[in-house]
Design a protein around this ligand. Structure first.
Ligand code: MN
Length: 478
């Protein structure tokens, strides 16, 4: 319920007596803040320069996006737009990056909650007594190594821009989208250029990914330690324990954790996580920590809850492992993305054929007009990984799924087999079995290295690891 002065307040807020208002307006000392250069600040500047060089003489606008309302005055946790963050390192909502025709960049940010208005104690969305001390424009500039300007001045700047000389990363800020009209394919060119700039990871980015992956390894260890072999626990216990690790060691989870026990493992995006583990079942966990610089891991392990695979579970698991290993062995600079896919899928198709499940010869199933094996493999072999779990998503097809891998790419390799509980075409004992093994690999000059090899992959190693974790027992992160 907004007051006359524009502060965002709520129905349940107490009234503001005049004496209290006057009292609150006096007697405050300014809180000092010593800005520290952000981690990797120089890299953000280099990224902006590279983008500016791709569009000389043009104005480029990349917004971060707004907070999303959950209900009334409670918002979802804000995460900056990934491309915006890639170019600025800035976490606060509503900020907008503008790169000018001469290559100079300005970050438009909301300034501090001024003490000469009542915003600082009344406004739930921006008031510093509600959300904490914000930066002055100068502090923000010092921290991020970029010129800053008041967000309030942005509308005037935008209204002076010609659509023909301007490109906007659309879909993040409706006010920016509405202020600068689109002009042909120009905005899409901006989006794919940023995505394609992100394909090759430099040493600092690889260290960020390794940091996220190492935290993810610890999170999987935590999870394994709370899964008993002899009685059920809720999938949400596992989700929660991993989430604790993600918040403690990183920024958050990089995507909603998938914790699927039994037949839930066959549902690709099982994020309800309202089931329970069953000692005879397989448990699939697809979870990743996003680190403090917003790089995320994306790892899946499938474990036998009892502690050891049944012969049939092991057969399926080992087949998925063989597929994943074949993909990893194949990956090197210059190979086609879709050939990695075919390599992984061929192993699965052959295995499905050997098990008597694939109803046609393998060569026939591998044809582009058939792909019958896909009933049980469902998805692609993997995707780029970086600041987004599905990184570089706006890259042009010829540089991604129809393109070749390059040195410095980081991607997942994650084949799986999924036998739905209601699938009449597979033997009864396979129904409700799902297996995926997912690792994060870095393409090197000679091949690839597995950045997530801190977790076991073979069926035997998984059993031994689960046993070891259970012996260690769960301990809170410290
Ligand atoms: Mn993935």
């Amino acid at each position: 319920m907004s007051e006359a002065d524009g502060a965002k307040t709520e129905t349940h807020d107490p009234a503001y007596p005049q004496k209290y208002l006057e009292f609150m307006r006096t007697g405050w000392r300014d809180a000092q803040l010593t800005p520290q250069a952000a981690d990797g600040a120089a890299r953000y500047a280099a990224r902006r320069a590279r983008l500016a060089a791709a569009f000389p003489g043009e104005t480029l606008i990349v917004p971060s996006g707004h907070e999303q309302v959950r209900a009334n005055d409670t918002n979802y946790n804000f995460r900056p737009g990934s491309d915006f963050f890639y170019l600025t390192g800035e976490f606060d909502p509503e900020s907008v990056l503008i790169i000018r025709p001469d290559g100079e960049a300005t970050l438009f940010v909301r300034p501090r909650s001024p003490r000469d208005t009542d915003e600082f104690f009344k406004d739930r969305m921006y008031g510093e007594l509600w959300i904490g001390r914000r930066h002055t424009l100068d502090e923000k500039a010092a921290e991020l190594g970029i010129a800053t300007a008041n967000l309030a001045d942005l509308p005037d700047v935008l209204s002076g821009l010609a659509p023909r000389g301007t490109r906007v990363l659309r879909g993040f800020d409706h006010t920016v989208d509405a202020a600068v009209l689109p002009w042909g394919e120009r905005d899409r060119e901006l989006a794919w250029t940023i995505s394609e700039h992100k394909l090759v990871k430099d040493a600092w980015e690889i260290a960020q990914l390794q940091d996220a992956i190492d935290a993810t390894v610890r999170g999987f260890e935590d999870a394994a330690r709370v899964i008993p072999g002899d009685r059920p626990v809720s999938e949400r216990l596992i989700e929660g324990v991993f989430g604790l690790r993600a918040r403690h060691d990183g920024n958050d989870v990089g995507y909603s954790s998938i914790v699927g026990s039994g037949a839930h493992a066959t549902i690709l995006h099982w994020i309800r996580n309202d089931g329970r583990t069953n000692p005879g079942d397989l448990l699939l966990m697809d979870m990743g920590v996003e680190n403090r610089n917003l790089y995320t891991a994306d790892v899946t392990r499938t474990v036998p809850v009892s502690g050891s695979f049944t012969p049939l579970q092991k057969q399926v698991y080992d087949l998925v492992y063989a597929s994943q290993q074949a993909g990893m062995d194949f990956i090197k600079p210059g190979v086609k993305f879709e050939d990695v896919h075919t390599t992984c899928m061929r192993v699965l198709a052959e295995g499905l054929h050997d098990m008597g499940i694939l109803p046609v010869p393998v060569e026939e199933a591998m044809q582009k007009d058939s792909m019958l094996y896909r009933r049980w493999t469902l998805h692609g072999f993997g995707h780029m990984l970086g600041i987004d779990v599905h990184d570089c998503a706006n890259a042009r097809s010829e540089n991604y799924n129809k393109g070749e891998l390059g040195e410095g790419y980081v991607l997942t390799v994650e084949p799986g087999l999924y036998f739905q509980a209601e699938d009449d075409l597979v033997p009864e004992e396979l129904r409700g079995v799902g297996v995926r093994i997912e690792d994060d690999v870095l393409v090197t000059a000679e091949g690839c290295v597995n950045l997530s090899d801190g977790l076991p992959r073979t069926s035997g190693e998984v059993e031994a690891w689960l046993g070891t974790q259970r012996e260690q027992g769960f301990r809170l992160p410290s």
